[in-house]
Design a protein around this ligand. Structure first.
Ligand SMILES: Cc1cc2nc3c(=O)[nH]c(=O)nc-3n(C[C@H](O)[C@H](O)[C@H](O)COP(=O)(O)O)c2cc1C
Length: 272
């Protein structure tokens, strides 16, 4: 049973933190166990879905919308658990990705290798749909405990000229700032702090790759503390929303030669 204090705490909790807790608890107390049971062809312990059920009831009690993707994902897992607990079989075949052909896999590898950091752009406007696709690809990156900290600010240089001055290059026509809502990390204080940066890095890498796939040129850039301060002030960011990194994109006006990479002989330290 959840104590009265816990329940009150959850009801008073900021919705961003509550949703992150819902995702983290469902991930750690139900998702992993459910897929393991499906894999092993075993029943789930009777109380396995209890935490997710309690948090789902609190979700409704808090008046949060029940058509949000994280709530729906939780309900799907609960329904899988119900099926397993009733001795039924969960069929996951509908979720199986189509396996890439060898040609498609080669093509994907080519896209990875041909992405370059582009630092000169044409005047052509980047359509909003391309920007949205890049941002979405950032949200689909792997993320620690599925906490989903990533947030964005989109700045067209011509809309706010000079806001990004101070970078080592003049910068592109579109600046995609990647921020994190630190409230979500309250959901798992045991998680190493380095995961936070990794969450941002995973999002940014998806984004530069997607920009490349769309025929844009992108570059991942470094913020100076002064720039971070300027942006935080300009957008009146509250304390818990942290600016971490940014990616500039536009239609490319250059095609740099690949800088090359060290080889596997050098990079693989051990292979056992
Ligand atoms: C975290 C990070 C910060 C970067 N910062 C800058 C930067 O401030 N200025 C810049 O011109 N390029 C920056 N880059 C791009 C790198 O210089 C570039 O990825 C590297 O030279 C390899 O080239 P490639 O991306 O074309 O393969 C950054 C890349 C990363 C991952």
């Amino acid at each position: 049973m959840m104590s009265a204090l816990d329940r009150e705490g959850y009801l008073l909790m900021d919705p961003v933190e509550f949703r992150a807790r819902f995702r983290e608890r469902t991930h750690h107390t139900l998702e992993i166990q459910t897929y393991a049971a499906i894999q092993a062809g075993k029943r789930l312990p009777e109380k396995q879905a209890e935490t997710a059920r309690k948090l789902s009831r609190l979700w409704v009690e808090k008046g949060l919308p029940t058509d949000l993707p994280d709530y729906l994902w939780g309900q799907r897992l609960i329904s899988f658990a119900d099926t397993l607990q009733a001795g039924g079989r969960v069929d996951l075949s509908a979720y199986a990705p189509r396996r890439l052909t060898p040609e498609e896999a080669d093509f994907f590898h080519r896209v990875l290798r041909e992405r370059r950091s582009v630092r000169h752009w044409t005047e052509e406007d980047v359509p909003d749909w391309m920007i949205d696709r890049i941002l979405e690809s950032g949200l689909w990156a792997a993320h620690s405990c599925n906490l989903q900290s990533i947030r964005f600010i989109v700045v067209r240089e011509k809309g706010m000229p000079g806001l990004f001055k101070g970078s080592d290059i003049p910068g592109g026509p579109v600046h995609l700032v990647i921020l994190q809502d630190e409230r979500v990390y309250r959901a798992n204080e045991l998680m190493p702090v380095r995961n936070r940066l990794l969450d941002c890095g995973a999002a940014a890498q998806n984004m530069v790759l997607t920009a490349h796939a769309l025929g844009l040129g992108g570059v991942w850039l470094t913020f100076s503390d002064k720039m971070v301060e300027r942006l935080a002030e300009r957008f009146r960011l509250p304390e818990m929303i942290k600016i971490v990194t940014y990616v500039d994109v536009g239609f490319p006006a250059q095609s740099p030669a690949p800088p090359g990479r060290i080889g596997l002989v050098e990079a693989v330290l051990e292979r056992v």
